[in-house]
Write a protein that binds this ligand. Sequence first.
Ligand code: HEC
Length: 123
Amino acid sequence: MKIFTRIALIGVVVSMFACVNNKQSDLPNDTVACDTNSITYNKHIAPIFEKNNCLNCHSAVTASAGIILDNYNDAAANAEAVYPTIAWGPSLPAGKKMPVGGPQVSNCELAQFKAWINQGKTE
Ligand code: HEC
């Protein structure tokens, strides 16, 4: 075997190992532990609404469909209406999937929202 062929083969083998090592950064979010204990509006729910752009369309000013989510009282009053819109169940019409124009909330955010309702919607 010629020396150049050997060097080329070594290069191929080395680059294969380089790819194997890259995989760690591709872990999906849902493998991270999800804390659903003591969920509060201020600590968990308001950040979920902010991160998923809900407030762009559901502040007191914008209020799409009359739904306001930018303060505790309105968010708590609308919580049962919100849950199906972020759970994206099979019977939910496409136009009711929230957030409009965005990806679905993460599994952890959905679990925390459900826990917030079940735990009595603490502020
Ligand atoms: C780009 C604008 C936009 C964003 C972002 C958005 N919404 Fe909406 N939302 C709408 C519109 C428009 C409607 C009315 C849909 C309809 O009834 O056809 C609506 C309706 C709703 C309703 C009432 C559904 C019903 O039963 O009639 C809820 C609850 C709701 N949104 C919650 C949310 C939540 C929670 C988020 C974030 C995860 C969110 N929305 C993000 C525009 C938006």
